[in-house]
Design a protein around this ligand. Structure first.
Ligand code: ATP
Ligand code: MG
Length: 253
């Protein structure tokens, strides 16, 4: 398994936020993380990325407990785009993306052609090439989001963790980002609110509620009328789309 979580528990004070979560993602697969606001998606992603320490349970990457992996080794292989990523406003876009190369360089190595190639390719794939020399504070919300994604891609990670990456994106960039991520030969975990997009682009889905996983499996096993009613309190019709053989939700007015 690429990323594995075993019975994770995480609390704030006496309140349990993540309540016995276990999961495993196979190498190269895309896992979608769904659930209402406050269900624990961001908290779980931060535990998986090794940014928070669980009260009990463990996270392992390719069989190694993340506690035993150095910060530098983690940064060389795991990229994380946070839900509300902040950046120093004085930088240019290309400088932000170059930060993704930092974990791969030693104190004495010079910037090389491989770093340039990784940065250019990441800008291109995130659709940010035309903005490479723009100042950070001049970007729109969606462009900032795409620049953060470019930084993560420049990192050339083996595991990519994205917390609501399509949040500020227009529909064209939402689709192209999800298509890009699901097509990458790396392991991805993505928290998403758009259930139809999750069903279209993820290999497996996990649904969280109150810090627990309450459903998991292939999109057609997870996205059901009963689940929509029980977890999201909505009445909707679900059918298998003839266009992509995945479940598609028709929301009712
Ligand atoms: N630092 C914190 N201090 C206090 N409460 C927190 C903190 N971080 C998370 N929580 C609480 O933990 C619960 C889970 O939050 P989390 O951010 O993981 O949810 P989420 O599923 O990512 O929600 P959203 O869809 O709104 O992003 C929420 O009730 C939140 O209020
Ligand atoms: Mg969140």
């Amino acid at each position: 398994m690429s990323i594995k979580a075993n019975d994770l528990v995480w609390k704030i004070g006496r309140r349990t936020i993540i309540d016995g979560v276990s999961l495993a993602v196979e190498p190269g697969k895309t896992l979608g993380l769904l659930g209402p606001n406050g269900s624990g998606k961001t908290s779980l992603l931060r535990l998986l990325a090794g940014l928070k320490r669980p009260h009990s349970g463990s996270v392992s990457i390719e069989g190694r407990n993340v506690r035993s992996i150095s910060r530098r080794s983690m940064a060389q292989r795991v990229a994380f785009v946070e839900q509300h990523a902040a950046t120093n406003a004085n930088l240019k876009v290309i400088d932000v993306v170059k930060l993704g190369r930092f974990p791969h360089r030693s104190m004495f190595s010079n910037w090389n052609a491989r770093d340039d190639e990784a940065v250019s390719s990441a800008l291109e794939r995130a659709g940010m090439t035309a903005k490479r020399d723009d100042r950070w504070q001049s970007l729109s919300g969606g462009e900032k989001q795409r620049a953060h994604i470019a930084r993560a891609l420049a990192q050339a990670p083996r595991e990519l963790i994205l917390d609501e990456p399509t949040n500020h994106l227009d529909i064209q960039h939402q689709i192209s980002l999800l298509r890009l991520v699901s097509g990458l030969p790396i392991t991805s975990i993505i928290a998403l609110h758009d259930l139809n997009h999750a069903a279209m682009f993820c290999d497996h889905l996990i649904v969280m509620q109150n810090g627990k996983i309450i459903a998991r499996g292939a999109p057609e096993q997870v996205i059901t009328q009963d689940l929509l009613k029980d977890v999201f309190s909505i009445d909707a019709r679900v059918e298998i789309s003839p266009h992509h053989d995945r479940p598609h939700i028709h929301f009712l007015p």
